[in-house]
Design a binder for this molecule. Structure first.
Ligand code: DQA
Length: 148
């Protein structure tokens, strides 16, 4: 039986591929979703792949995941650095949480160095480009296989 994993993307990630490609690369969010689906299939995971520019929507999806999902992979984008509300929602989720950033936020503006979400994340990835999503899902697959 496959296990459900939410992949949640925050604001402006709908523009991936067009937005600052020198930082975020040329792959679109649809490319990332396609690659994630391939990894999910090979790991026996079922995916719900989501993006919103609205904080409340991300919070509602985390609440939904509480009832249904074994793990959340989340790129909260700019909300990483501002949102106590997303941290609180993740604190109410009992499964695995992986925080992911396409760019290495620690090499960038100082305001990107702090993440509210890292206060809950079990693992944090930054700077692996869009390939990081596949690595994150492989990690989640292993955790679930290991019964962690
Ligand atoms: C990001 C990094 C954030 O600082 C930024 O606001 C984003 C994307 C990343 O994936 O590298 O929108 O989360």
């Amino acid at each position: 039986m496959s296990v459900l994993v939410y992949v949640i993307n925050g604001p402006n990630l709908n523009l991936l591929g067009k937005r600052e490609p020198e930082i975020y690369g040329s792959e679109t969010l649809s490319d990332v979703e396609r690659d994630c689906c391939e990894v999910a299939n090979s790991e026996g995971l079922q995916l719900r792949f989501l993006q919103s520019n609205a904080e409340f929507q991300i919070i509602d999806w985390i609440h939904e995941a509480r009832e249904r999902a074994a793990a959340i992979v989340i790129n909260p984008a700019a909300f990483t650095h501002t949102s106590v509300a997303i941290l609180d929602a993740l604190n109410a989720f009992e499964g695995h949480v992986v925080e992911i950033h396409i760019s290495n936020v620690h090499k960038r503006d100082v305001f990107r160095h702090h993440s509210y979400v890292s206060g809950r994340a079990d693992a944090v990835m930054a700077g692996f480009g869009t390939h990081g999503y596949q690595l994150a899902l492989r990690h989640v697959g292993k955790l679930i296989r290991d019964g962690a």
